[in-house]
Design a protein around this ligand. Structure first.
Ligand code: ADP
Length: 517
């Protein structure tokens, strides 16, 4: 395909709070964008739902808005990539194309008892070995099982091939192209995919009572899935019908790794938002974690072997800063945290473990709770704010240590940590992260690495970009933070953090709560 400077790649980034459409040019620079939030539906405590039809309408709306405000014609879009919130479970009617019920969102805990039962029944190791995941409500399998048991008539319709299942990527692809497909990265979050065969696992389909007919085909992250007629958006654009290939599909965290050009074994990225997600490329075989991480598909390029990753999720990082703003009201904006943290030399011995929702990787203790240790009469709000920012970095070190134990990086690989997400605007945080890890921290120029990753995958699939090497060449560092702290101070600070985490965990134990596994 000939590349003209006037063609672009679009990326739909369907996230938990909203849907974004971005357009990138041939140098990987964003040239247009639009964003729309959707409703969060909380039918009961611990339940979280989205309306799939609303998400689809928002997708059409942001595509139309980005194109019309930028003046870019639909015929100038060479391909569209899709990236999305993972695990969220949608079922829809194959004939009418309508969602049958609300989507169950990844955060939804309604299947917690079922997951505890699976653990008691001895499934943990088998699930981990097959899917890389522990039994947890986070993943799609028990959500789909719940729908099949609780939505009247759904199982019969699914068995007749009339009801279809998909994560959000599959839902949008189906709406755009009429094709029922998902990519291997999204499929690897369902707890129904066998990581070794990259096909749905018969034993697990039986365990969760899922009819195979309702499942999408599992395809690569980088191929043409079908064509989307951009004229189907609400307000039609002038010009000819425009069938744009939908050609790149990646779950959001995998897309961020791809958007960070994390193509080499050992490449590691951390995304700092509400929580943090650290992924390391481990190459063409799944690495089993012995330290509380998830094994997942990083990407699969057309018919090449899949590339895998280890993933560690920290639930509360940027959200601790939000809590200082909205809960304690000691700052008026997240950005203000930086100046306040810098206004003191250190935290004065204060550590803040923001285990508001238990601790995720690598501790996996749902009963731990937020803990502040080391308070004195001299402690000020600046110390507490600094402690919250430092905690973001310490939690990432906890995950990185687990990752280094599971999948050590050979010394000839660049050990720098690539960072992205809303909180990396904070230079203090990036510098402290580098100090506490003792490795360089690199922030790219394009902050929307998730959308960029989906665009890269789509562009590769249609020959807009030729190779991973070409894409690597497009990736640009905005700033590199070099470690400045001496090793002794680093280890002293980190050991104080580990003591504070022990406090948070021992509180959980002493109040009679048991760690999950
Ligand atoms: P998400 O995608 O999870 O909604 P974002 O990537 O948009 O999150 O990042 C928002 C998070 O980053 C919020 O939790 C906010 O508190 C935090 N954040 C934003 N700016 C800063 C900053 N300058 N310093 C520290 N944290 C910040």
């Amino acid at each position: 395909m000939s590349v003209s400077k006037t063609t672009y790649i679009g990326a739909i980034d369907q996230g938990t709070t909203g849907t974004r459409f971005m357009v990138f040019d041939h140098s990987g620079e964003p040239v247009a964008r639009a964003y729309r939030e959707h409703r969060q539906i909380y039918p009961q405590p611990g339940w979280v739902e989205h309306d799939p039809e609303e998400i689809w309408q928002n997708t059409l709306a942001v595509v139309a808005e980005a194109l019309s405000t930028s003046g870019i014609g639909a015929e100038q879009i060479a391909a569209i990539g899709v990236t999305n919130q993972r695990e969220t479970t949608v079922v829809w009617d194959a004939r009418s194309g309508r969602a049958i019920c609300n989507a169950i969102v990844w955060q939804d805990r309604r299947t917690a008892d079922r997951c505890s039962q699976l653990a008691r029944d001895g499934w943990t190791e088998r699930l981990r070995a097959k899917t890389g995941l522990p039994p947890d409500p986070y993943f799609s399998a028990t959500k789909l099982e719940w729908l099949l048991r609780n939505v009247s008539g759904l199982r019969e319709r699914a068995e007749r091939g009339e009801a279809l299942f998909g994560t959000i990527d599959a839902w949008l692809i189906w709406k755009m192209t009429g094709v029922h497909s998902t990519d291997a990265t999204n499929a690897s979050r369902t707890m129904l995919l066998n990581l070794h065969t990259l096909d749905w696992d018969e034993e697990l389909l039986e365990l969760f009572g899922v009819p195979r007919r309702m499942l999408p085909a599992v395809r690569s992250s980088c191929e043409v899935y079908g064509a989307f007629d951009l004229k189907r958006r609400p307000e039609g654009l002038a010009g000819a019908a425009n069938e744009v290939p939908v050609a790149g599909v990646l779950g959001d965290q995998q897309a961020a790794l791809f958007g960070q050009a994390g193509f080499a074994v050992g490449d590691t990225k951390n995304t700092y938002g509400t929580g943090s997600f650290l992924l390391r490329n481990t190459g063409d075989g799944p690495v089993a974690s012995r330290h509380g991480l998830l094994t997942t598909v990083a990407y699969r390029l057309a018919d090449r072997p899949a590339c895998y990753a280890l993933e560690g999720s920290v639930f509360i990082t940027g959200a601790a800063v939000q809590w200082l703003r909205d809960g304690l009201k000691i700052i008026s904006s997240a950005a203000e945290s930086e100046a306040l943290a810098r206004s003191v030399q250190d935290t004065g011995g204060v550590y803040f473990v923001p285990a508001f929702a238990g601790l995720g990787a690598p501790h996996w203790n749902p009963y731990a709770r937020g803990t502040v240790v080391g308070l004195t009469r001299g402690t000020t709000s600046a110390h507490l704010v600094r402690a919250a920012l430092e905690a973001i970095a310490y939690q990432s070190r906890d995950v990185l240590e687990a990752m280094n134990a599971d999948a050590p990086v050979s010394p000839d690989v660049d050990a720098a940590l690539k960072v992205d997400g809303g909180a990396v605007k904070n230079d203090f945080l990036c510098q402290f992260q580098s100090d506490v890890l003792g490795v360089p921290v690199v922030r790219p120029t394009v902050g929307e690495t998730t959308a960029l990753g989906a665009a890269y995958a789509a562009g590769l699939a249609v020959g807009y970009w030729q190779s991973l090497e070409e894409i690597k060449g497009l990736w640009k560092a905005d700033r590199t933070f070099q470690p400045q702290m001496d090793a002794e101070q680093r280890e002293q600070l980190y050991s104080g953090w580990q003591d504070a985490v022990r406090c948070a965990l021992s509180w959980a134990r002493e109040s009679g709560k048991q760690p999950r596994t």
